[in-house]
Design a protein around this ligand. Structure first.
Ligand SMILES: Nc1ncnc2c1ncn2[C@@H]1O[C@H](COP(=O)(O)OP(=O)(O)OP(=O)(O)O)[C@@H](O)[C@H]1O
Length: 258
């Protein structure tokens, strides 16, 4: 696992500035949550890490290397992404989709097929999709498909796992199971999350994006205050301690305005 650094990252698309001066550090092995309202730049920030997009300003580093200085394939060996937009038109089975996670590691000279298979079996087990192996990917429910894609990201054995709204489509048990599986891996996680209570339970640190800029950073306890939640999300709230875990939990209240 490697650390991730955004250093004064800016993204301009057309004549629109989407991200500006984003400087963020995720220590190796940490779980960094990116939160913020719709359109604040979360996905764009993540796209710069899995190289769907290169910044127009600044740079993104994994370990001590600017990721634009290495090949896409080398970056795919170190960064796996679960993204919002995935087009799989071919009728792959779930197992075949997971196996595509091994492609960046395929060497032309040495056969690692057996090891690849073992890694995929473990990844499917970790994501709780072993029972879906032979199913056509296109026949899966939204939540099943999401978990298969998480297994594919696990199979990639990355140093850095990028999760863009990973709990989309998942029922509450699977939301927790998938994020726990991500946290328990030897990996640095950078995740865009809408659910503030999930963010508080799983993230070591949070970054709040607003209008493409870093508006706040800190531990969940530092960031998730009623005042901040109102400022960034425009809704009142009450923040309590989780009865067992030492983390804040939020109850929203439209009438409660700071
Ligand atoms: N290719 C593009 N061309 C023009 N505008 C774009 C492009 N990609 C993103 N944007 C705009 O940039 C802003 C940030 O988008 P982004 O998807 O990063 O936000 P987000 O915080 O992930 O939003 P959400 O919570 O709704 O998923 C939005 O206003 C979006 O419309």
């Amino acid at each position: 696992m490697r650390e991730v650094d955004y250093d004064q990252v800016g993204v301009e698309i057309g004549h629109t500035t989407i991200l500006r001066d984003v400087t963020v550090h995720a220590p190796r092995g940490s779980f960094l949550g990116i939160i913020g309202p719709n359109g604040s730049g979360k996905s764009t920030m993540l796209r710069c890490l899995y190289r769907a997009l290169d910044p127009t300003e600044g740079r993104v580093q994994v370990g001590d290397r600017d990721i634009t200085s290495i090949s896409m394939r080398d970056n795919a060996r170190q960064v796996a992404a679960l993204t919002q937009r995935i087009a799989l038109d071919f009728d792959f089975t779930a197992a075949e989709v997971v196996a595509t996670g091994r492609l960046p590691h395929r060497s032309l000279t040495t056969s690692t097929a057996r090891r690849d298979r073992e890694i995929c079996v473990q990844a499917m087990s970790d994501a709780g999709v072993t029972h879906l192996v032979d199913r056509a990917f296109t026949s899966l429910s939204g939540g099943e498909a999401q978990r298969v894609l998480i297994a594919r990201a696990f199979a990639q054995e990355p140093e850095v796992l990028v999760l863009d709204e990973p709990t989309n489509h998942l029922d509450v048990r699977h939301q927790y199971a998938v994020l726990r599986a991500a946290r328990d891996r030897e990996v640095t996680v950078v995740a865009a999350l809408h659910d503030l209570n999930i963010a508080a339970q799983f993230c070591d640190r949070l970054v709040v994006l607003a209008h493409g800029r870093v508006a706040a950073t800190g531990t969940p306890r530092e960031v998730l205050t009623p005042a901040a939640i109102h400022r960034f999300f425009g809704i009142g709230s009450h923040v309590f301690d989780h009865p067992r875990l030492n983390v804040p939990q939020v109850i929203f209240d439209e009438k409660e305005v700071e």
